[in-house]
Design a protein around this ligand. Sequence first.
Ligand SMILES: [Zn+2]
Length: 355
Amino acid sequence: MTITTEINGETLEDLISIHTGLYHPLTGFMTSLDYENVVDTMRLGDQSVWTIPVTLDVPHGIFKKALDAKKLWLTYNNKKVAFMEIHDCYKIQAGKDVLKIFKTDELKHPGVKKELGRSEYRIGGKTQITDKAVVRGALDPARTKRLFKRRGWKTVVGFQTRNPLHTAHEFLQRLGLDICDGLFINPSVGWKRAGDFTEEAVMRAYECMIGRFYPKDRVHLEGLKVYFRYAGPREAIFHALIRKNLGCTHFIIGRDHAGVGDYYGTYEAHDLARDIMRRHSLGIELLLTKEPYYCKVCGSIVTEKHCRHTGNNIERISGSYIRSLMKRGMMPEKRFMRPEVAKAVLSLGDRIFIK
Ligand SMILES: [Zn+2]
């Protein structure tokens, strides 16, 4: 008997990421062994580090049928896109698990809200995409690895972002360029939260920076379609593992990486990273960077590690401040964003922000 379940856009993204190897070593949706290990210990059943659950949730009716089935077809928009070899059917305790994953069970946390809105019935097993059209356009780790090799980059630093670059981002990227042969700017794309910068705005900003300022042939820009979980420290490690799979040797984890609201400490992701690296090899070097800001006395972008000034002498470079200015069509101050970059973004007019 074969059965069918309809998946949503995010599950499709996960399915594609499993297929391309972006989620290596995952070969399908997690079984209960992997799921529980990841939730409790941030490791897979084989003990390799993995911090974010990747599961398939199904309605109870499908779950009951799956108990006696070997194969589950997955449809998207009612079209068969993949099948799964059913290995394990299990029920999670979402209320308890979100506390471990997100460190909160408050519904106003977007990751918690999403997880608690899913069915608790999960099916694990190897997946196989049958409709190759869904993979088209996805970031392919085999291709990025080839590209880095062709360029002769022995070391590549990955940079995660969701915004047009401001001077603090630039500071960190130049730091990466100092250390590594290549810089891979890998913005999150494909999401649709109203009020955020569009993919076009982010790309336009980086195209300007790469075309006019950064060294030729040492920067690669390409978007990554992996939805946000807002799991803070755990997600920072997840982002690093994805970049390792894409061929990066280094990854920058800055202030409040993948955080939301004030659920996670400013450098909590650094603490988790250090803790994990003490005990396991991640296979990628993490650059744990402090927040760059503008110092009026030094007259430059600095971090607390190389400037002695405090208080009114320092000005934070705030993404939300820059966003609020640009929403009114205004240029941010030069010390916060390069005028060339700001102009490139502002020239998009009503295409700067997601509506
Ligand atoms: Zn200073």
